[in-house]
Ligand binder design. Structure first.
Ligand SMILES: *Cc1c(COP(=O)(O)O)cnc(C)c1O
Length: 495
C-alpha cells in the first residue's frame, strides 16, 4: 500500500519518500488510505517488549524500511531513563503514561529519537546524495528534542530558530548549550509567529526561486506533520495497554480510555491509528486549555480558528490550527480527498469549516473533548500532589482535569490512562505555585525549591544545565532568516 496526499489520491509516495518529503506537493498530509487493511496482528505485538512492539508497529505503518528492529535499537538504546521507555504509573484510581523520560524531558523525544533514524535510512534507500538541512521554528519543546535527536547524525544538519522573547529560561538554556558538530541554534527578535513565518518564507523562497540548485543540499522539516514523527507515537498506546493486561487490571480485548493533552493533534491521532490497527481503544479524550478550538469542533463539527489566542501555562497546547486533524478528517470521510481539499481551502480562505453529519457522528463515537483554564489546571496539580503524592506538569494537569470531567459524564469501568507529556521541572514556576509555594525567583532557583519541597528527582539533563557552556549566541531579525540560512548552508563545517 502506498501513501497518498489527504487532498489528492493521485499524489502517491512510498513510506521512505513520505518521510523524506514531510508534506505532499499539494500541501496535503501523507496518509495510508486504509489502516484496517494492513490486518495488523495486534495481539502478537502486545506480547513483545517495547522495542519489539515498536518494530512491529513501525514496520506495518512504514513498510518500505529494510531493517526496522535495528533502527529502533539505534533510536532508543541508552537514551531514555528506563528501558521501558514510557512507564505506566498508577495514580489514585487512574493511570499516568509518562512520555517524558527521554533526553529532553518532553514527549517529543519519543518521536524525535526515531525520526533521524528513519530519515537517514530513507536517504540511503532512496540513494539520495544531497545533504539534508532540517529547519525548525520552535516555541520551546520541539527545538530541543529535534536538536538532541539529530545531533551528529551523518548526512543531516539541523538549524533551530526560537523567539528571543518566547521561551522559558530553562528551554533557552536547553537549546543554547546544545552540543554536536551539525547543529545550529539562532534567536529571532520577536515572538513564535515571527520565527515560524520566517522559516516558512525560507522554505517557499528556496523552492520557488530554486536557491539551492546544484548545491548538493536540500531542506526538510522535523515538524509533526511528518508521518515519521506520528508513527513512533502509536507504540506507547500498545505499551500502556500491555501493562494493564500484565497487571491484571483488564483482560485482553477490554477497552481502555486515553486522555490526551492536545495541541497539533499528533499525539491523540496516534491513538486513533492504534485503534485502526486493532488495539481495543475505548474513547480518545481530547484535552485542551483555554485555546478550546478542538473542544468546540468535537462537540459541534465546526472548526473556527478566528478567535483570541490565549497564552497559558501549558504553552505547547497554545495553538489555533491543529495540522494533524486533517488526517482524521480524511479517515472519517471515508478517504474523500476532494472533500478534504475543499475543507482545507475553506479554512485558509474563511478561517472556518463545518463537517457533515456522517463525519461528525464518526468522530463523536470515538472521541470526547473537554477544556480548562490555568486556574483549574493549577488546582488539579495541587490536588493530585496533596491527595496522591504525584507531581505533574501543566500539560498533564490539563489532561487530568479533563479526565475527571469525562469520568463524571460517562462513568464506565474502562481504565483511564492520562498521557503525561512533560516533566514538572520543565515548567517549574507554574508547578511550584500550584502546590502553594512562593515561586517568585529565577527559574533555576525555583527548580531547586521544587525539588526541596517535593523530593521528586530533577532529570539529570535539566539539573546540569546551569553548568553547561553556551555554544549558540546568534540573534537576528526575521527579515534576515533567508540570508542566514543560505550563508550557513554554503559553509561545509559549522564548528
Ligand atoms: C507538543 C506537546 C503537546 C501537544 O502534542 P500534539 O501532538 O501537538 O497534540 C502537549 N504537551 C507537551 C508538553 C508538548 O510538548
Amino acid at each position: 500500500m502506498l501513501y497518498q496526499s489527504t487532498r489528492n489520491k493521485n499524489l502517491t509516495a512510498t513510506s521512505t519518500q513520505a518521510v523524506l518529503h514531510g508534506l505532499a506537493p499539494d500541501g496535503g498530509l501523507y496518509v495510508l488510505p486504509d489502516l484496517k487493511a494492513l490486518s495488523f496482528d495486534w495481539r502478537a505485538a502486545l506480547a513483545q517488549d517495547v522495542r519489539g512492539m515498536a518494530a512491529s508497529v513501525l514496520g506495518a505503518l512504514l513498510p518500505d524500511y529494510e531493517d526496522m528492529p535495528e533502527l529502533v535499537r539505534r533510536a532508543y538504546d541508552g537514551k531514555f531513563e528506563t528501558d521501558e521507555l514510557t512507564p505506566l504509573v498508577k495514580v489514585g484510581d487512574d493511570y499516568v503514561l509518562e512520555l517524558f523520560r527521554g533526553p529532553t524531558s518532553a514527549f517529543k523525544d519519543v518521536a524525535l529519537s526515531m525520526l533521524p533514524q528513519l530519515m537517514t535510512a530513507a536517504r540511503k534507500q532512496e540513494k539520495l546524495t544531497d545533504e539534508i538541512v532540517i529547519l525548525t521554528a520552535t516555541s520551546g519543546d520541539t527545538g530541543k528534542a529535534a536538536l538532541a535527536g539529530f545531533c551528529d547524525v551523518e548526512g543531516i544538519k539541523i538549524l533551530v530558530f526560537y523567539p528571543d522573547q518566547g521561551v522559558s529560561a530553562v528551554q533557552k538554556a536547553q537549546m543554547v548549550t546544545q552540543e554536536g558538530s551539525n547543529v545550529g541554534v539562532c534567536a529571532i527578535r520577536g515572538n513564535f509567529d515571527d520565527a515560524q513565518t520566517g522559516v516558512k518564507t525560507v522554505f517557499s523562497r528556496v523552492e520557488n526561486e530554486n536557491l539551492l540548485a546544484g548545491k548538493g543540499v536540500r531542506l526538510s522539516s522535523a515538524n509533526s506533520i511528518n508521518i515519521g514523527r506520528l508513527a513512533p507515537q502509536v507504540v506507547y498506546y500498545f505499551k500502556a495497554y500491555a501493562d494493564l493486561v500484565k497487571q491484571g487490571r483488564i483482560c485482553l480485548g477490554d477497552p481502555v480510555d486515553y486522555v490526551v493533552p492536545t495541541g497539533n493533534f499528533g499525539d491523540i491521532l496516534a491513538g486513533y491509528f492504534a485503534k485502526e490497527l486493532g488495539l481495543p481503544v475505548g474513547t480518545l479524550v481530547c484535552a485542551s486549555n483555554a485555546n478550546d478550538v478542538l473542544t468546540e469542533f468535537i462537540r459541534t463539527g465546526r472548526y473556527n480558528r478566528v478567535r483570541p489566542f490565549h497564552k497559558t501555562y501549558s504553552p505547547s497546547m497554545d495553538i489555533l490550527v491543529s495540522s494533524n486533524l486533517e488526517r482524521l478528517l480524511f479517515y472519517v470521510s471515508g478517504g474523500d480527498d476532494a472533500k478534504i481539499a475543499s475543507l482545507m481551502a475553506q479554512l485558509r480562505e474563511t478561517g472556518e469549516y463545518q463537517v457533515d453529519d456522517a463525519m461528525l457522528s464518526s468522530i463523536q463515537t470515538q472521541f470526547w473533548a473537554g477544556c480548562c483554564d490555568d486556574k483549574a489546571t493549577q488546582e488539579t496539580i495541587g490536588k493530585v500532589w496533596k491527595d496522591c503524592g504525584y507531581l505533574c506538569d501543566t500539560h498533564t494537569g490539563v489532561a487530568w482535569t479533563v479526565a475527571q470531567q469525562y469520568k463524571k459524564e460517562r462513568s464506565g469501568s474502562a481504565p483511564v490512562v492520562v498521557l503525561s507529556t512533560a516533566s514538572p521541572y520543565k515548567f517549574p514556576v507554574a508547578v511550584l505555585d500550584a502546590i502553594g509555594e512562593d515561586a517568585s525567583s529565577d527559574e533555576f532557583k525555583v527548580m531547586d525549591r521544587l525539588h526541596d519541597v517535593t523530593n521528586v528527582p530533577v532529570p539529570k539533563q535539566l539539573a546540569s544545565l546551569r553548568s553547561r557552556a553556551v555554544r549558540h549566541t546568534d540573534v537576528i531579525d526575521r527579515e534576515t532568516i533567508l540570508d542566514y540560512v543560505l550563508e550557513k548552508v554554503s559553509r561545509k563545517d559549522w564548528f
